[in-house]
Ligand binder design. Structure first.
Ligand SMILES: Cc1ncc(COP(=O)(O)O)c(C=O)c1O
Length: 439
């Protein structure tokens, strides 16, 4: 279906411009109205296949499951806010009990918040509290949020940090971005220079490993460009953390909740974290952040960390029904994610052979990125071509989002029907074909 830019859309965009502060919007005039499952519609009934999951939120289809919506509706009439950090309520306890069924043995406690950045703020404070150390270690390209603690860990784009320093005490080190290896090497002959760098420089010159409370890692870098590291890298970082007595925090805000074929993305690497942070998909479309702590770390002293809206009953009601759905269908969701992910990767890799502007295709499960380049030899980033592909696909009924410098994220709901997935891939291929011809 061809997109129609109507007067109604134009008017809302003009009103928005007057009263809404600028955020991170790109080039597509998508004005959301309603949606269900694989599709999202705008205010003029333009229909889109959703390959954005509205920024990694609707992993189980637009507007999540009917049961989660109904639970939220019931709960809002009963009681929305219970001051759960000051009093008690059963629903967040039930949610936590269900959540722990998705976690490895030895995990039993959660802190509720409202976003990914808050989930990471809690993880920063807890890791400092548990270790009595003050530094954190994070990666170039990382995105952990935009409030001060998590922004100190974030090092994806300078625009996100410009004018906001000084930051919290964080040391950054290169991630295993093998397509553009920061050390000019190639995997696997590189000898894992990125791990060496941590030992020799980050912890050898910048700060002593004995002073680092935790290393924060996205198992797959999201906003930074959908970068899937080799297993060896993740395992090596875990080893370094263990050797230095620092905690390992897995930021699963974007990669978690089944996106990669496992509930926890870190499980793909055979590594366990000490603290996990989740958000985005957790609330079935409502704001819900989660910080999950390994039992052996103990509890937090009273008054050390809390908030007002954590455990909000409406968000938790929706999230709990969605979680029950995930628990019931866990195996099927894992299988679907793997097989649909394979289909997408095969098709994209085959397209890469034909289109010069497709530099790299990478992914884990259904968390897939295509990095656009001017040409395969120079590998010069091609953000304009990436944006042109996004707009062309949008004009033909496919919704997607960018990431990194010139990467497109391809993240349909893991529950998408094969037919709609194939139609979306056809639209994407036609868009790439058109832009490739012009470049
Ligand atoms: C990996 C990761 N961590 C944290 C965040 C921050 O989440 P929020 O925008 O809910 O604060 C994001 C958001 O994109 C993310 O991708």
């Amino acid at each position: 279906m061809k997109f129609r830019l109507t007067g109604k859309i134009r008017k809302i965009l003009a009103r928005d411009k007057k009263v809404i502060l600028t955020t991170t919007r790109g080039d597509v005039p998508f004005v959301a109205s309603h949606g269900d499952g694989d599709f999202i519609y705008d205010v003029s009934e333009n229909k889109f296949i959703d390959f954005s999951t509205l920024i990694s939120v609707y992993n189980f289809g637009v507007n999540s499951t009917k049961a989660s919506r109904e639970a939220a509706k019931r709960q809002i009439d009963k009681l929305g806010h219970a001051a759960f950090t000051d009093y008690y309520a059963e629903l967040p306890v039930e949610f936590a009990e269900n959540l722990m069924k998705m976690f490895p043995d030895g995990f039993g406690k959660v802190f509720f918040s409202n976003s990914g950045t808050e989930a990471n703020e809690a993880a920063i404070k807890y890791s400092k509290l548990f270790t009595k150390r003050q530094y954190t270690l994070a990666f170039y390209g990382a995105f952990h949020g935009r409030t001060y603690g998590s922004l100190s860990l974030t090092a994806s784009k300078t625009a996100q940090r410009e004018h906001f320093g000084p930051f919290n005490s964080t040391v950054h080190t290169p991630y295993a971005y093998c397509y553009r290896c920061p050390f000019g090497k190639e995997y696997p002959s590189c000898g894992m220079a990125c791990l060496d760098h941590i030992k020799k420089f980050a912890l050898g010159k910048d700060v002593s490993g004995k002073e680092v409370a935790a290393v924060f890692m996205e198992p797959v870098q999201g906003e930074g460009g959908y970068i899937v590291p080799p297993k060896e890298f993740v395992r090596g970082v875990k080893e370094i953390a263990q050797d230095n007595g620092m905690l390992f925090v897995s930021d699963e805000v974007q990669a978690g909740y089944m996106r990669t074929g496992k509930f926890l993305a870190l499980d793909n690497f055979g590594v366990k974290a000490d603290i996990y942070s989740l958000a985005k998909a957790a609330g079935a479309g409502l704001p819900l952040g989660l910080t999950v702590v390994r039992n052996s770390l103990g509890d937090v002293p009273e008054g050390a960390h809390s908030n007002t809206f954590g455990g909000n009953l409406v968000a938790v009601a929706a999230g709990n029904e969605q979680l029950k759905y995930v628990l019931k269908n866990r195996q099927s969701l894992e299988d679907q994610t793997k097989s649909k992910g394979r289909y997408m990767m095969d098709r994209l890799n085959e397209m890469k052979e034909r289109y010069e502007i497709m530099g790299d295709v990478r992914g884990l499960g259904m968390m897939i990125g295509v990095e656009f380049v001017k040409d395969k030899k120079s590998k010069d980033p091609a953000p304009k071509e990436r944006d042109d592909v996004t707009v062309e696909a949008f004009n033909n009924g496919l919704l997607m989002l960018p990431c990194g410098l010139s990467t497109l994220r391809i993240i349909p709901p893991v529950t998408i029907a094969q037919k709609n997935l194939e139609e979306g891939m056809d639209i994407l291929e036609a868009a790439i074909n058109k832009v490739n011809k012009k470049s």
